[in-house]
Design a protein. Sequence first.
Length: 244
Amino acid sequence: MSGTLEGKVVLVTGASSGIGRATALALSKAGARVAVGARRADRLKDLVQDAPGEMLALDLDVTDQQSVRDAVAATTEHFGGLDILVNNAGVMLSGPILDADTTEWTRMVETNLLGSMYAVHAALPHLLERKGAVVQVSSTSGRTATAASGAYSATKFGVTAFAESLRQEVTEQGVRVVLVEPGFVSTELTSHITHPGIRAMAKSMAESMRTLQPEDIAAAVLYAVTQPDHVAVNEILIRPTDQA
Ligand code: NDP
């Protein structure tokens, strides 16, 4: 991977909204050929239409290993290889541990943690071949756990741990691993919270500050993946200025 994205091939998971969508657009604008995966095909169709460069929409459910393998295969078949995986798909179903609906824990672990691990596993041979990069979208919740974020934080701590192991295994072979840890970003993420009190808290938190926008995170990803080959940006922690 060199300092330019011209001709590079990127796969962005969870690209149908929020951070993934903005990142796909930013990387496309910078010259990359981008494969975008998610479950909402209609959203991906709109994204492809808005893209400044060549973009390929893929049906992808990261909780399904075969779907992940198929998305990586479709990307490499269409574009001839893969340089960068942006492992972004995620859900946040916050709530207290007592009385939690544990199917929500399962969904978070399967999507945020196992899903991103499956994507690394499927993409890694291609990234090693091209001396590429993996961008792991974690969270400030992957650094600090707070009340009502136990299961979500556990998945993001897991993403961070997996990224560091991966970094140590592949850095000497030229593959760079970038961990991105956003604070509060205005996206659809909090709209899926089912606990009424926690959902209201997230809404009032958003209203209390100038939140980050998905484009702010996309800019951080773009910065990390356009450094010269000898520079590995390993970690980017990015919060709204107003978030204590
Ligand atoms: P959005 O809800 O806007 O985006 C989430 C994306 O993940 C969607 O494109 C969704 O697509 C996709 N997704 C969810 N489940 C699956 C699945 N099973 N298979 C494939 N794709 C899936 O939220 P954000 O943009 O905010 O979230 C993106 C990432 O950023 C997440 O990992 C989140 O944890 C992280 N993050 C967000 C922060 C924030 O404040 N917003 C802060 C810190 C980290 P679809 O439903 O179409 O499949």
